[in-house]
Design a protein. Structure first.
Length: 274
């Protein structure tokens, strides 16, 4: 290879050819830099220009599939970070809904005498808390994920949708552990009767996932512009808890309020799990 071939080549953008070509050549010569200036970018160089979209942005499913490995690593990272430096680790996924069930059973089931449609109140409450815990944690985590991952988003390109998706999907292992406890309670109370209706459980879990992801996407985008969202999310989740039949049955509501009540997607998820 000759010295001329080994010298670096400085490419000048087409938009800068007219008013910067001479100045760039003079700067290279005066600095004593080796090589030469070439006008234009070579055909072999692929240049991707990323610009903000306007209006409604479609969900680019092929692009999401292309970056699926990043989604896997983001989910795995969130799972590991969640229980890092904890004494009991993933047992928190079981303790939280179980303790909530105990509180509901004592104050609402025993003291307030809230009806449970003929089912033991602990089983009644825990069957609703399993999908609700998954939904509420996914919504809370995804709402602030874009701000929390700003150091990653500003350095490398990947579909931003993967960040809230990872936060929601990382809650699936916790939901699986809680479901095992629910299965144990069902067997303990003698309500375990296998049937084809169990096939609806993955569909109901997917509905809870899509609800958490859909609301989380809106809140995460708004949180980038308005940081008030991060303070409003806990209040929103608390209000949504009382608007969902977790501590009480939906049969308490008369028509037509019960039909309007069903607009809440988590109503169908909770009642379906029961």
């Amino acid at each position: 290879m000759s010295a001329k071939d080994a010298a670096p080549v400085y490419y000048l953008r087409a938009s800068d050819r007219t008013h910067m070509a001479k100045d760039s050549e003079a700067a290279i010569d005066s600095a004593g830099l080796p090589g030469r200036l070439v006008s234009g970018v070579p055909a072999s160089s692929a240049v991707t220009v990323i610009e903000p979209a306007r209006g409604w942005v479609p969900i680019r499913l092929p692009e999401l599939w292309e970056y699926r490995e990043i989604l896997y690593y983001l989910v795995w990272r969130d799972i590991k970070v969640r229980y890092r430096q904890t004494v009991i680790g993933a047992a928190w996924a079981i303790i939280q809904p179980v303790m909530t069930m105990v509180v509901f059973s004592v104050f609402l089931g025993k003291l307030a005498k809230v009806p449970s449609d003929g089912v033991p109140y602990p089983l009644f409450a825990f069957a609703a808390l399993v999908p609700w815990a998954f939904f509420s944690n996914g919504l809370t985590q995804s709402a602030g994920c874009l701000v929390a991952s700003g150091h990653l988003i500003t350095k490398v390109y990947f579909p931003r949708l993967l960040v809230p998706m990872a936060r929601v999907l990382s809650g699936l292992p916790d939901m699986g552990l809680s479901f095992l406890v629910l299965l144990g309670l069902v067997i303990w109370y003698g309500y375990f009767h296998p049937s084809l209706s169990l096939l609806w459980l993955p569909v109901l879990a997917a509905l809870a996932l899509l609800t958490a992801l859909g609301v989380g996407l809106w809140l995460s985008a708004l949180n980038v512009q308005y940081r008030d969202i991060q303070h409003a999310v806990p209040f929103l989740v608390q209000m949504w808890l009382f608007a969902t039949p977790i501590a009480y049955p939906s049969s308490l509501l008369p028509e037509p309020w019960r039909s309007i009540y069903g607009i809440n997607p988590m109503v169908g998820v909770v009642e379906g799990f029961r």
